[in-house]
Design a protein around this ligand. Structure first.
Ligand code: ASP
Length: 334
C-alpha cells in the first residue's frame, strides 16, 4: 500500500470529507540556516471532527459513524483504526503488515484519552488489532505499556484471537527484499504508512490512537515512535492532540506530538505547530532527503493542521458539513 501517490478520491457519503495533504519539500532552502515562513492555515472549526494520517476514507468514515452513533471519541478512533488493521491488503498496519528482517510481523499501537490516560503495546505478534489491546492495557491493567510475548499473552487472555499476520503478498515481498537488500532495513520515504487518528466528539472530548507495523524489514525488536506517548501520539483535552507518521527514529528524538501540543498551548494554530515540529527535525537532521515524517493535529475548537517533510503526505478529515476534497499543495518550493 503506497499512499504517497494520491489523490485518492474518497466517497462522499452524507457526511463531508476533506482530504488535505501538506508538505515541505526538502531542498537546500530548508537547511539549518534557512528561515521558513510559517503559514497560518486551518480548516473551519466545527465539531465533531475526525482526522487521520493518509488517505484512509473507510477508516475515517467508520470513526465518524461511530461518533454519530454515540461512541466516545476513543472508541471511535479504535473502530476507525481497526478498519485498516483488518485490511489484509494494507501492508502497513495490522494483518498484512510488512515484517521485520526475520519475517515476523510485529505491531506497535497506542491510545490516549481525554483524561490523559494512555495505553500501548509494543512489538506484539499474532494479534490483528493492537489498538484495541492498547485500550485494554490502559483500562484493565495497572500498566501503560506491554511488549512482546507478554502483550500477546495479555491480548489472548482478553479474548483476542491469535492468527498469522504474514500474508502471502507480504511474505513474497519480504523474500524479494532478502535477496536484494544486503539485509538492510529500508529507510526511505516510501515506507511509512502508520495510521494516526484523532477525534473530538460533539462535547469537545478529544482522544487519539496510532497503529503500525513499523518500519518495513526493521531489525528484530525495533520499536518506532507510533506507540510511544509524546512521540507518535499525544492528547491534552484542554488544548488538542497530535499524531505522527514516518521515520519513527526522528519523531522520537524530537518528541514531536508532545511538541505540537505544547506549541498549541502557547497559541500556535494546529497548522503552525505541525510546521514547527517538522522544522525541528529538519534543523537537526542533515539527510532529510532519505526519509519522510508527517504530522497531523487538531485543537480544542476542531481546527486541524497537517505538515510533512516531503510532498506526498495526505490526511483524511471528516468534519460536519464539509464537502471538499483537496490536496493542499503546501510545501516549500524555494
Ligand atoms: N512511524 C512508524 C515507525 O517508525 C513507521 C511508519 O509511519 O510507517 O515505526
Amino acid at each position: 500500500m503506497k499512499r504517497r501517490n494520491f489523490l485518492q478520491k474518497a466517497a462522499l457519503g452524507s457526511v463531508g470529507i476533506t482530504t488535505l495533504g501538506t508538505s515541505l519539500r526538502a531542498t537546500a532552502a530548508t537547511s539549518k540556516k534557512a528561515k521558513t515562513t510559517l503559514r497560518s492555515q486551518t480548516s473551519d472549526a466545527s465539531l465533531p471532527v475526525v482526522i487521520a494520517t493518509w488517505s484512509v476514507a473507510q477508516a475515517t468514515q467508520k470513526a465518524w459513524q461511530s461518533l454519530q452513533e454515540g461512541s466516545s471519541a476513543l472508541d471511535a478512533v479504535i473502530a476507525g483504526c481497526g478498519v485498516e488493521e483488518a485490511n489484509a491488503k494494507g501492508q502497513s498496519v495490522g494483518i498484512g503488515g510488512l515484517p521485520d528482517r526475520e519475517g515476523r510481523v510485529t505491531l506497535d499501537a497506542c491510545v490516549m484519552n481525554e483524561k490523559g490516560n494512555y495505553g500501548a503495546v509494543l512489538c506484539m505478534q499474532n494479534i490483528k488489532h493492537p489498538i484495541a489491546v492498547a485500550k485494554k492495557v490502559m483500562e484493565d491493567t495497572p500498566h501503560v505499556i506491554m511488549a512482546g510475548g507478554g502483550a500477546e499473552q495479555f491480548a489472548v487472555s482478553q479474548g483476542f484471537e491469535r492468527e498469522n499476520l504474514l500474508t502471502e503478498q507480504s511474505k513474497k515481498d519480504w523474500e524479494t527484499w532478502r535477496q536484494t537488500s544486503k539485509y538492510k532495513p529500508i529507510i526511505n520515504i516510501e515506507n511509512h504508512d502508520t495510521i494516526g487518528m484523532l477525534a473530538i466528539d460533539t462535547n469537545g472530548t478529544i482522544s487519539g490512537g496510532c497503529t503500525t507495523s513499523g518500519l518495513a524489514y526493521k531489525m528484530a525488536g525495533r520499536v518506532g515512535d507510533s506507540a510511544i506517548i509524546g512521540s507518535g501520539l499525544f492528547v491534552d483535552n484542554e488544548i488538542g492532540a497530535a499524531t505522527a507518521t514516518g521515520l519513527g527514529e526522528e519523531v522520537l528524538k524530537t518528541v514531536g506530538s508532545f511538541l505540537i501540543v505544547e506549541l498549541m498551548r502557547q497559541g500556535k494554530s494546529p497548522q503552525q505547530a505541525c510546521e514547527q515540529a517538522i522544522l525541528r527535525i529538519i534543523e537537526k537532521t542533515p539527510n532529510i532527503q532519505d526519509f519522510q515524517v508527517g504530522y497531523i493535529a487538531v485543537n480544542k475548537k476542531g481546527e486541524t493542521g497537517a505538515y510533512s517533510i516531503h510532498e506526498g503526505f495526505t490526511t483524511t478529515t471528516y468534519q460536519h458539513q464539509k464537502n471538499t476534497i483537496s490536496n493542499s499543495d503546501f510545501y516549500n518550493k524555494k
